[in-house]
Write a protein that binds this ligand. Structure first.
Ligand code: PLP
Ligand code: COI
Length: 338
C-alpha cells in the first residue's frame, strides 16, 4: 500500500481490496454486497459473452485538501447506464443500486484514493452484464452489476500537454442508427483496430467523422470533441457519439464564464477556423489537441505551435479540476462528498 507511487500512476488496473456486486434474478436486484474476489464465475453461454450484453461506466473520486473524498456527477453516470440498458435490452439498473454500490466500493477502498495534489484519482468502473445462457439471439433473464475501483493517473501519458489526433476515413466506431450513444463494450471493440493504427502512427487517438457522410466531426476516441472560437464553446451534436458528462459539465462552465455555447453538427472544414481544440472525458479530463491530420485527404489542421494549451482550454481545465477536488464551491451540486 505505502509503496504506491501516486505521482507516477498510469491509467491501468491495480488491485484494490473490495468490489461490490448485485444480482438480478427472479425479477429483483439483490442488495449490493462486497467481495474480495477479482473473478466472476458465469455460464459459458451467458449473453454477455456471445451477444455483447455488456454496459459499463467510468467516473472518478478525488481527495480534497480537507482529506475528504468527492465523487463527481455519480447520478449522471447512473442515468447513462440506464440508457445503455434500454439500448441493448438489458434489465434497467435502478439508480439507487448504482449509487449505493459506487459509494460502498469507494468507502471500502478509501485508502486507494490518491492524495490531494498528486494529480491522480480513484477511477470507478461500474459494469453490467447479462449472465444467463441463451443460444438464440435473445436478451438475458439474469444480470450481474459490479463496481470496482482502481487508482489512476492520466489517460494520455502527456496529461495536459497538447497531442495530435488522426482522421482515419476507412474506420467507424459506430453506425448512423447503431449503438454509438451507449456505453457498451461493442463500441470499444469496434474502435480497437483504428486506435491501434493511430498509436502506431504516433497519434494519441482517432478523431472519428460521422459514419454516414464523413463530413462532420463525431468524437475523439474515448472522449468528446470541443472547439473554441470567438468566445464560443462549440461541440458536435451527433446521433453516434457518447453523451459525455465531462462535456456537459464544460458546457455549463463555459456558460458560467460568459461564453456562448453551440451544440450543432461541426463540419471538418471548420477545423481551419478554430482557435483551440480539445477532447474531453472522465479519463481524458481535457486533452488539448495540437494538430489534426486527415491523412487520406492530405489535410492538416494545426492548433498549437508552442506545445502549450490554449488559454480557454486551460481555464476550463483548471475550473473543472478545482470543483472536482473541492478547491472551488460546487455551485451546481455535482459532487458527492463522503
Ligand atoms: N466518448 C466516449 C466514446 C467515451 O468512452 C467517453 C468516456 O467515458 C467519453 C466520450 C467521455 O464521457 P464522460 O465525460 O462521461 O466520461
Ligand atoms: C472514461 O473516460 O471513463 C472512459 O471510460 C474512457 C475509456 C477508459 C473507455
Amino acid at each position: 500500500m505505502s509503496t504506491i507511487d501516486w505521482e507516477n500512476l498510469s491509467f491501468g488496473y491495480m488491485k484494490t481490496d473490495f468490489n461490490v456486486r448485485s444480482y438480478f434474478k427472479d425479477g429483483k436486484w439483490s442488495t449490493p454486497q462486497e467481495t474480495t474476489s477479482e473473478s466472476i464465475d458465469i455460464h459459458m453461454a451467458a449473453t454477455c459473452l456471445h451477444y455483447g450484453q455488456e454496459a459499463f461506466e467510468g467516473l472518478k473520486a478525488f481527495r480534497g485538501k480537507d482529506g475528504k473524498a468527492r465523487i463527481f456527477r455519480m447520478r449522471e453516470n447512473a442515468l447513462r447506464m440506464q440508457s445503455s440498458c434500454r439500448g441493448i435490452l438489458m434489465e434497467e439498473l435502478p439508480i439507487d443500486i448504482f449509487e449505493e454500490s459506487v459509494l460502498k466500493a469507494v468507502k471500502l477502498n478509501e485508502k486507494y484514493i490518491p492524495p490531494y495534489g498528486s494529480g491522480a484519482s480513484l477511477y470507478i468502473r461500474p459494469l453490467l452484464i447479462g449472465t444467463s445462457p441463451q443460444v438464440g439471439v435473445k436478451p438475458s433473464k439474469e444480470y450481474l452489476f459490479l463496481v470496482f475501483v482502481t487508482p489512476v493517473g492520466p489517460y494520455f501519458k502527456e496529461g495536459f500537454k497538447p497531442t495530435p489526433l488522426v482522421i482515419l476515413r476507412s474506420y467507424d466506431r459506430a453506425a448512423p442508427h447503431g449503438t454509438g450513444t451507449y456505453k457498451i463494450g461493442g463500441n470499444y471493440a469496434a474502435s480497437l483496430v483504428a486506435g491501434d493504427k493511430a498509436h502506431e502512427m504516433g497519434y494519441s487517438a482517432v478523431l472519428y467523422l460521422d459514419p454516414k457522410e464523413k463530413k462532420y466531426i463525431d468524437e475523439g476516441g474515448p472522449a468528446n470533441f470541443f472547439a473554441i472560437k470567438d468566445n464560443t464553446y462549440i461541440t458536435p451534436a451527433s446521433s453516434s457519439i457518447l453523451p459525455s458528462i465531462t462535456n456537459m459539465s464544460l458546457i455549463q462552465l463555459a456558460q458560467d464564464m460568459g461564453m456562448k455555447v453551440e451544440r450543432r453538427p461541426v463540419k471538418e472544414e471548420e477545423l481551419s477556423t478554430f482557435e483551440e481544440v480539445g477532447i474531453c472525458g472522465t479519463a481524458a479530463v481535457i486533452s488539448p489537441v495540437e494538430r489534426i491530420d486527415d491523412v487520406e485527404e492530405n489535410k492538416s489542421y494545426q492548433f498549437v505551435k508552442d506545445g502549450i494549451a490554449g488559454p480557454i482550454s486551460t481555464q476550463l481545465y483548471n475550473k473543472l479540476r478545482a470543483i472536482q477536488n473541492g478547491d472551488e464551491a460546487d455551485t451546481h451540486n455535482w459532487v458527492t462528498v463522503l
